[in-house]
Ligand binder design. Structure first.
Ligand SMILES: [Zn+2]
Ligand SMILES: [Zn+2]
Length: 365
């Protein structure tokens, strides 16, 4: 199998200054415990923009980016298998949990590689080569089988955004007993709407962007409200005057976070998923006297991502419904430009949209 693989491949790096740098590199060889994936889909993430596209914010206290191939939302097909891999074979379709940890610490043993504090922790597209290339070497321990129903684009959605949204809902034990407020309807907010509905909850979505409000309506939110000054009254009216059982902030804004605390009912759960920024609030009326539980939540575990894949398959839900723009790998620079406007849903590189000449070459191989 490996002998049929090309020696060189195209990959994309993010040198900073809003540039995408195409590079020609060797096709990686899968080491022990690794598989080689032919990449099929890789979506762009808000974190790519915030931390590495404009500038590498590690210099200013953000996440670290080592000069690697970018892309941390990978989905692809196994084309070669390294030694000591038993659970994946050539032809398998997978989604990749996008961080590898040391494998030994408390958090890694729980499957929360994201929280690993050891120097071995490396995320695809950040500290090790990622998904914006024709091939990617992935540790089998970070790969999850993709059922036939789910497409590679679905897989890319699951690898980061849907995983993050699902974990937030798990933290609040969301079920059919709940009304769930989703504050902020960007890609993670859209995922939270879809998944809260799948878990049986009634969902209220809030945003200030008309485009995003229209998307939330399309994907099944029960109420979609504009984040104006009177939005709390409107939420209360939609929630028996008592407030929502669960409020999930996906906005990352101070006002959104504050409103989640305001809108939650007595004994409710509030989950902060949106990154960055700050919030100031009065704990007595907003948290203590309401007996609220406030959760911070970051990404998810490998095990929970696997559960999410099963849920989506069982409920027959395609996460790729939140994709608004698709580009071939060669047009990654354009994809970032469009994504950076902030007016899109999810933007996805679909590796199967390659130039026709390339596909001809391939079939002749
Ligand atoms: Zn991401
Ligand atoms: Zn670890």
């Amino acid at each position: 199998m490996e002998s049929k693989l090309p020696e060189k491949m195209l990959g994309m790096k993010l040198p900073g200054d809003a540039k995408v740098q195409p590079v020609e590199v060797d096709v990686p060889k899968p080491g022990p415990g690794q598989v080689l994936l032919k990449m099929k889909a890789a979506s762009l993430c808000g974190s790519d923009l915030k931390y590495i596209y404009y500038e590498h914010t590690d210099k200013t206290g953000g996440a670290r980016y080592d000069d690697v191939i970018a892309g941390h939302e990978p989905s692809g097909q196994v084309v070669a298998v390294g030694e000591k891999v038993d659970d994946f074979k050539v032809g398998d379709r997978v989604v990749v949990y996008h961080i590898q940890g040391c494998g030994y610490c408390d958090e890694c043993r729980k499957g929360f590689f994201i929280n690993c504090q050891q120097p071995e922790r490396r995320a695809y597209g950040w500290q090790r080569d990622g998904a914006l290339a024709e091939y990617m070497a992935a540790d089998a321990s970070t790969c999850i089988h993709l059922p036939d129903f789910l497409t590679y684009e679905d897989g890319a959605m699951i690898a980061c955004g849907f995983g993050t949204a699902y974990q937030g809902l798990l933290r609040a034990n969301v079920s059919g007993n709940d009304r769930v407020l989703v504050m902020g309807l960007g890609p993670v907010g859209q995922a939270a709407v879809i998944l809260a509905k799948a878990l049986g909850a009634e969902v209220i979505g809030v945003d200030i962007s008309e485009e995003r409000m229209a998307m939330a309506e399309k994907i099944g939110a029960d109420y979609v409200l504009k984040g104006d000054d009177d939005v709390i009254e409107k939420i209360m009216a939609a929630a028996d005057g008592k407030g929502v059982e669960v409020a999930v902030d996906c906005s990352g804004s101070a006002v959104g976070r504050h409103r989640c605390l305001e809108a939650a009912r007595m004994w409710g759960n509030v989950v902060y998923l949106g990154e960055q920024g700050t919030v100031t609030f009065e704990p007595s009326p907003l948290l203590l006297h309401k007996n609220l539980t406030l959760h911070g939540s970051w990404v998810t575990s490998v095990g929970n991502m696997e559960k999410l894949v099963e849920l989506l398959d069982r409920k027959k839900i395609h996460p790729s419904q939140i994709i608004t723009h698709r580009f071939p790998l060669e047009e990654t620079a354009q994809a970032f430009e469009v994504f950076a406007t902030g007016k899109t849903g999810k933007v996805c590189i679909n590796h199967e949209m390659r130039r026709e000449t390339e596909q001809e070459q391939e079939s002749g191989r």
